[in-house]
Ligand binder design. Structure first.
Ligand code: DCP
Ligand code: MG
Length: 412
């Protein structure tokens, strides 16, 4: 059997994955205590092709889940309270939670608004127990934000994710070195990272229903059926995952906003008004992130679901709403209007179902100066760890000085 977290003189790896419970819904209940105990669904309007962003655990008992149509959610749970998302508030709380995590992690990788991986100091004799760190984080998140966070700790990223997912809600699951395979192997293959319904079905047709069966399958056979993915899945099933936790020191690659319309748009004036509105929201997001972009793109999904994107370069990087709107409107008038008119002439039913505006080719003067790993090492807890483990920087090379890891600039 393969040991996932070998004990070395530098200690074993401890990766923590933290994920807030039913995040958007939890924030709504926090801010509106009268909702406590009720089923709560956050997302788009059930009467207007809205989609569920999330639901609290009470609503989930009725089968409501993320990405489901809000109309279906309402049929499943008619007495649920349906709320529109308040992204500003979610971003604010997310930032507060991430700041708490920074007090504990050597490196923190934010993977979504409510989820992050952290590399803890290595497991060495006398070091602080992962369970104690996890309990302290849970208590601080609860006290300082009122939210519940679930935590998994294991020797690598995919195991720590599985551990935190399995522990939900309000969970904390530590997989100790040597316990990886006992935890992993009884689970169904569908729990493995990257195994969606299609791959799961194919694995099951080969008689591989548990992760343990996948781990014992012949590697050449798996590669013959699934190519590179077969090898990766076999590694995961054997608790092998060497992916580093990479702190995000750079700006986002792109910023975009899109909207699906209740009634399809058939006239260019209405489309232009929507493009203007979306462009202003993109500009506001870019301004919040303190970044500039030099490429503007628009996206159109027609009523037959066919989708096109068009883009143009700006003379200089910007986050000014008027620059972004002007470029997006020019794209609309030059590339989309003729198609819209053509469809009207031929009496075709093609009209616009969705519009989007995006900004890419992003630059961030702030981040160009910022060494993310130094920011992490500055945190008080990390300084304590450095005193306890003076060889820590060597044991945990930063993203910028380990040749096996992407450099700060290559990473973004
Ligand atoms: N989200 C969304 N659309 C999705 C999935 C998620 O808008 N298809 C939003 C709403 C979620 C937030 O992102 O609250 C975090 O996503 P998670 O997958 O972590 O889901 P939750 O935090 O809601 O629930 P869980 O307790 O399962 O983590
Ligand atoms: Mg979550």
């Amino acid at each position: 059997m393969i040991a996932a977290s070998p004990q070395t003189s530098r200690g074993f790896r401890r990766v923590m994955r933290c994920d807030l419970d039913c995040f958007f819904a939890a924030v709504e209940i926090l801010d509106h205590p009268a909702l406590a105990g009720k089923p709560v669904v956050v997302g788009g309007d059930p009467d207007r092709r809205g989609v569920v962003s999330t639901a609290n655990y009470t609503a989930r008992q009725y089968g409501v889940h993320s990405a489901m149509s809000a109309a279906v959610a309402r049929r499943l749970c008619p007495h649920a309270v349906f709320l529109r998302p308040r992204f500003e508030r979610y971003r604010e709380l997310s930032a507060r939670v991430m700041a708490i995590l920074d007090d504990y992690f050597i490196t923190r990788e934010r993977v979504s608004i409510d989820e992050a991986y952290g590399e803890l100091p290595p497991g060495l004799p006398g070091c602080r127990r992962a369970l104690d760190i996890a309990r302290e984080i849970k208590a601080r998140v609860q006290q300082e934000t009122g939210l519940v966070i679930s935590i998994g700790v294991a020797g690598n990223k995919s195991l720590s994710k599985l551990a935190s997912d399995c522990s939900k809600p309000d969970g904390c699951l530590i997989i100790k070195p040597g316990e990886e395979l006992a935890f992993l192997h009884p689970l169904p293959v569908g729990r493995l990272l990257g195994v969606g319904p299609h791959t799961r079905e194919r694995l099951e047709r080969l008689g591989l229903t548990t992760i343990g069966q996948l781990a014992q399958a012949s590697l050449p056979d798996l590669q013959a059926h699934f190519g590179k993915q077969g090898h990766w899945l076999w590694q995961l099933a054997n608790a092998e995952d060497n992916r580093p936790v990479v702190s995000e020191h750079g700006p986002p690659k792109s910023i975009s906003r899109e909207q699906t319309y209740e009634r399809d748009i058939a006239d260019i004036e209405r489309a232009a008004a929507q493009i203007q509105r979306l462009a202003e929201r993109v500009a506001a997001d870019a301004s919040d992130e303190q970044v500039l972009g030099q490429t503007v793109h628009i996206k159109v999904k027609w009523s037959d679901f066919h989708q096109i994107t068009r883009q143009c370069a700006l003379p200089r990087a910007t986050n000014a709403p008027e620059d972004i709107a002007q470029a997006a409107l020019r794209l609309l008038h030059t590339t989309i209007a003729p198609l819209l008119n053509a469809s009207n002439d031929s009496n075709a039913s093609a009209a616009i179902r969705l519009l989007g505006v995006g900004l890419s080719n992003i630059t961030d003067p702030r981040h160009a100066q910022d060494k993310g790993y130094l920011r992490n090492l500055r945190t008080p807890h990390s300084i304590v760890q450095l005193l306890l483990f003076p060889d820590l920087p060597e044991a945990y090379p930063s993203a910028s000085d380990d040749p096996n890891l992407p450099s700060a600039s290559a990473n973004n």
